[in-house]
Design a protein around this ligand. Structure first.
Ligand SMILES: Nc1nc2c(ncn2[C@@H]2O[C@H](COP(=O)(O)OP(=O)(O)OP(=O)(O)O)[C@@H](O)[C@H]2O)c(=O)[nH]1
Length: 451
């Protein structure tokens, strides 16, 4: 059963909870609390990770919402573990009808906020999502819903992957042909913990990591055993670039790397070349055709939002209608784009830089703060002086999902449509400028005549 098929449930915090006056208020009330969403297949090591986070001496107040029940159908209450400097406190959220996904999405945040009011604000919320067939709705809810976003901002989506089991999990077909759980979890992740590294050989780890990169070329992948990791690699990443939190330039690292999904040099150039036929899906690492496609963007674009933006129009067509301008290379096969995740890095003519984030059909551009841009440029020129000038973040869009198997064809259509759209956009901007300046001249003339 998917989350959407379950009834909406009421989630509330017991009003009788004692007020803990002693808990220090470590976060300014004006700061949004970052929320990390943890996904991962059954048994991959999520609870081990949450346990590790709670027990680490990090000096932060972290509320961990744990789903310890697996099947959510008959849950009546849910533990929230709150780590303060002094102690681990457990609270209970009552779920009248069981589904954490629907509850959290619809009323759960209110409950969390109530808890924050009672217990003092947290530095971080970590939400585990076991039992969720599709993490996308909850990611969208915490990222995009303004009503939910007043106090909490989506920090990052972390997926814990079992290094010994993920290959099989990813290949496991769904009877209805839809994405399976493991595919969705890997595709929507910003950070992947390639866990249980102790159970496989170094060669296995290389192969599994390569597979994960074919699905999600932009995730930051860390190899772990028992989910142990430096928490600064996991928390406060601000991947979704909330203006209320500092921007972490290192989260752009995947955009400066070549596309791991392109084993083919020709694809990387975007120029026409021959391909060997794709392997059958059951044995292919592109299981069920889910893959990442990186599309290089021009060094600078006129705009990223607004009715005239060529890039915005193209992404809308892709994500909302599942199509791109121009015919597919095989005319008998219509476009079948089904994208789980979109990411990107863009520069605009005015010198600003933007991070594109998309989850399913929702996408948004967040401006990289000018200070971060300046710092990155300073770093670039320094490393260029040391002969490592390739670290510059290249503007690009990364698409993750289905319908991308013909990488060369899709990339070529996207690039062509964008070029044409940008040409139109620039022409219309020029016209606008000319109209404004001739309007200005006419006004000047009118004024002169009036005088
Ligand atoms: N060998 C090994 N075992 C691990 C590692 N990480 C977790 N485990 C074990 O794997 C089992 C499952 O770990 P959990 O943390 O409960 O996994 P989970 O993802 O929370 O599982 P569910 O709650 O069932 O979804 C436990 O017995 C862990 O002790 C690891 O890196 N290596």
């Amino acid at each position: 059963m998917t989350a959407d098929e379950l009834d909406l449930n009421e989630l509330h915090v017991d009003d009788e909870l004692p007020l803990d006056e002693d808990v220090p208020q470590l976060v300014e009330t004006s700061t949004k609390v970052p929320m990390t969403i943890v996904t991962g297949y059954l048994g991959s090591g999520k609870s081990t990770l949450l346990d590790y986070i709670l027990k680490e001496q990090h000096g932060r107040r972290i509320a961990v919402i744990m789903n310890e029940f697996g099947d959510t159908s008959d849950i009546e209450s849910k533990a929230i573990s709150v780590q303060s400097d002094e102690a681990l406190v457990e609270e209970w959220l009552e779920l009248n009808n069981g589904c954490l996904c629907c509850s959290v999405r619809d009323t759960g945040l209110t409950a969390i906020l109530n808890l924050m009011e009672k217990k003092g604000r947290f530095d971080q919320i970590v939400l585990e999502t076991t039992g969720l067939a599709d993490p996308a709705p909850i990611i969208q809810a915490f990222w995009n819903e303004p009503a939910l976003n007043l106090d909490v901002s989506l920090d990052a989506v972390v997926s814990v992957v079992d290094a010994a089991g993920i290959e099989k999990q990813i290949q496991d077909p769904r009877p209805d042909g839809s994405y399976n759980e493991a595919q969705r979890q890997v595709a929507t992740a910003d950070v992947i913990l390639l866990n249980k590294a102790d159970l496989v050989t170094p060669a296995d780890l290389e192969r599994v990591e390569a597979l994960l990169r074919t699905i999600n070329s932009t995730a930051l992948i860390h190899r772990t055993t028992r989910s142990a990791i430096d928490l600064s690699l996991l928390l406060d990443l601000n991947i979704y670039a909330a203006p209320s939190a500092p921007f972490r330039p290192e989260t752009l690292a995947p955009f400066s790397q070549p596309d791991a999904t392109d084993s083919c040099d020709g694809c990387a150039t975007g120029k026409p070349h021959e391909h060997a036929p794709a392997a059958a899906s059951s044995s292919s690492p592109h299981a069920n055709d889910i893959s990442s496609l990186t599309i290089p963007l021009p060094p600078s674009l006129p705009s990223v939002t607004g009715p005239t933006s060529a890039l915005y129009a193209l992404l809308s067509s892709l994500l909302w209608e599942g199509t791109l301008p121009g015919a597919p290379s095989s005319s008998s096969t219509p476009d079948a784009f089904d994208l789980l995740r979109t990411k990107g890095f863009v520069r605009t003519d005015d010198g600003r830089e933007w991070v594109l984030q998309g989850v399913r059909d929702i996408f948004d551009f967040a401006q990289v703060p000018a200070e971060a841009t300046a710092a990155a440029r300073a770093g670039e020129s320094e490393s260029a002086g040391e002969g490592e000038g390739e670290k510059t973040v290249q503007p690009k869009v990364v698409l993750i999902g289905r319908g991308l198997a013909d990488k060369e064809g899709v990339r070529a259509r996207f690039v062509r449509a964008l070029e044409e759209g940008v040409a139109r956009e620039r022409a219309s901007l020029r016209e606008q400028d000319e109209e404004e300046s001739s309007g200005g001249e006419e006004d000047d003339e009118d004024e002169e005549m009036g005088e």
